[in-house]
Design a binder for this molecule. Structure first.
Ligand SMILES: [Zn+2]
Length: 101
């Protein structure tokens, strides 16, 4: 799922107010962060298979602009509305990017 500009601004505001505003990068002590505009997911571990329809944790990656160290934040806790139709799916975003070229 891809965040729209409004969602990304809301996310960065939330992260600045709750975490990043008072957190230096633990690797380089940098204070400049950037959030990806894609929501990733983490699934439960299953030996030699992928569980379809199982629990998934939606994650936002936030990366230090200096060294690249990356933090993970739960998208729901960060206030992102994951209701279908609120954001573009990855396939919708890919189709739009292809049509722009
Ligand atoms: Zn860093």
């Amino acid at each position: 799922m891809k965040l729209n500009d409004e969602q990304k601004e809301k996310l960065m505001r939330h992260l600045q107010e709750t975490a990043l505003g008072r957190t230096a990068c633990p690797m380089c002590m940098g204070r400049s962060w950037d959030a990806a505009d894609l929501i990733m997911e983490m699934r439960g571990f299953a030996h030699h298979s992928i569980v379809v329809g199982g629990p998934v944790v939606p994650l936002i990656t936030v990366t230090c602009k200096t060294c690249g160290y990356t933090l993970l934040f739960n998208a729901l806790r960060a206030g992102i509305d994951l209701t279908p139709g609120q954001s573009k799916t990855l396939s919708q975003a890919a189709l739009e990017e292809a049509s722009d070229e």
